[in-house]
Each structure stands twice: as C-alpha cells, then as structure tokens.
Ligand binder design. Structure first.
Ligand code: FES
Length: 111
C-alpha cells in the first residue's frame, strides 16, 4: 500500500481504500456504455444494469439471459469484440469490451 505521511490510504480518513473509479470497467452494450466493477463477469455487469435478457433464441426469438450462471447452458451467449457465442457468465468484463446481442437464425431458416 502506498502510504501517506498521515497514514491514510487514498485520502480516506478511516484509512480504508476508496471505492475508486479505477475499480470500474466500462463496456458498451449495443452501443450504450455500461459501467461495472472490475472482476465482474459480463453477465454480472449486465444484471447490475437491470438487464435480464441479452439474446433471443434462434427459432422463436424468445429472450434469454442468465440461467445457470456457471457456463453449462449457453443461454447467456453474446458477441464480444466481434467474437460470437461468448458465455457472458464466464467472460470477465474488460474495460472497453464491445458487447452486442445475438440473434442467429438456424441454417436454412427464414428471417
Ligand atoms: S448462464 Fe448458463 S452458460 Fe452462462
């Protein structure tokens, strides 16, 4: 810890670390900036922003978001930095990530 002469850390009188802006990450979701805490998954950032769905199913276009939360169900997939099918519950949000919703039709399906 980078100490100060008065023993305080980051300027708080109680010596605890501040909830500092550098502990935040900002991603864009369909072009909209969303801020979360460093270390959160993309799903965590989305849920904290009151988003409950971020893709639609291929056949019936039903909304999907977090379901299992542990990387098993693939309900939470999003496109991150042009990479499709990223499980939002497993991918840690990185500052500047560009996240877009997914809706992929099954091969041969009409739009
Ligand atoms: S919520 Fe099930 S894989 Fe992400």
């Amino acid at each position: 810890v980078d100490g100060r002469a008065d023993g305080r850390v980051d300027g708080r009188a109680d010596g605890r670390a501040d909830d500092r802006a550098d502990d935040a990450v900002t991603i864009t979701v369909d072009g909209v900036p969303v801020t979360g805490a460093r270390g959160q998954s993309i799903a965590g950032v989305l849920m904290a922003d009151d988003r409950r769905d971020w893709r639609t199913t291929s056949v019936a276009a039903r909304p999907r978001g977090l379901f299992c939360g542990i990387g098993v169900c693939f309900d939470c997939i999003v496109t991150v930095n042009d990479l499709a099918d990223v499980r939002a519950c497993l991918r840690r949000a990185q500052d500047g990530d560009v996240v877009t919703r997914q809706h992929h039709l099954l091969p041969g399906a009409d739009a």
